[in-house]
Design a protein around this ligand. Structure first.
Ligand code: AMP
Length: 215
């Protein structure tokens, strides 16, 4: 099962991908998570990516395509994968199509998480990440400012600062939204209303994706 999750920042891609990964037993490949690890470890790629990330811009396509290909070639992807945060430009979408043909991995479907702009701003400005276990939570769920999973300290991601959020939404509208149409032309697409609650969205995804479960 090979699924690409598409949606604006704050549409719930990461939250839903973590749940779907458990449900279907396939790896969750999140380009943002891979990049944050590269930055934290101080690798060459991390050094190149950090500036773009902190400004709310996109990391150059060639770096992303190379990184994704290295990841999907790892042996744990034999039964499938769930892509989150990629592709974000038409060039990446074309790169994905060429790459999957070359390595003989067929994409089953794209999932588009549709969400209103006001919901995006509310979710991102309320998002906090645990410094210890990296769990993502929202101010509405915080208990006395601590991570609900491990009790660790919750912090704002540098790119969730309000002015960076505005820039990320602009970049999404200009560069990433056209990828939705690209997917509609080339792949099966499952449309989901992602303004609903986490449980409702997960249930809609399960219903929409069950026919691609080849396990
Ligand atoms: P995310 O966690 O998916 O919101 O990604 C965080 C940041 O990493 C983005 O704002 C970009 O700067 C960078 N990033 C993640 N995925 C990509 C991608 N596919 N192409 C370019 N930049 C990316």
């Amino acid at each position: 099962m090979r699924i690409v999750l598409l949606g604006a920042p704050g549409s719930g891609k990461g939250t839903q991908a973590a749940l779907l990964k458990e449900m279907y037993g396939i790896p969750h490949i999140a380009t943002g998570d891979i990049l944050r690890t590269e930055v934290a470890e101080g690798t060459e790629l991390g050094g190149k990516a950090e500036r773009y990330m902190n400004e709310g811009g996109l990391v150059p396509d060639d770096l992303i395509l190379e990184m994704v290909e290295a990841r999907v070639r790892r042996p744990d992807t034999r039964r499938g994968w769930l892509m989150d945060g990629f592709p974000r430009t038409l060039e990446q979408a074309e790169g994905l199509r060429i790459m999957t043909e070359r390595i003989e991995q067929r994409v089953d479907a794209g999932v588009i998480l549709n969400v209103d702009p006001e919901v995006v701003v509310r979710r991102l400005s309320g998002r906090r990440v645990c410094e210890s276990c990296q769990a993502v939570t929202n101010v509405s769920e915080m208990r006395a400012g601590a991570c609900p999973l491990c009790g660790g300290k919750l912090v704002l991601r540098p790119d969730d600062e309000p002015q960076v959020v505005r820039r990320r939404i602009e970049v999404f509208e200009q560069q990433t939204r056209p990828v939705f149409e690209y997917f509609r032309e080339h792949y099966d697409v499952v449309d989901i209303d992602a303004s609903k609650t986490v449980d409702q969205v997960t249930e809609a995804l399960r219903r929409g994706l069950d026919r691609y479960d080849h396990s």
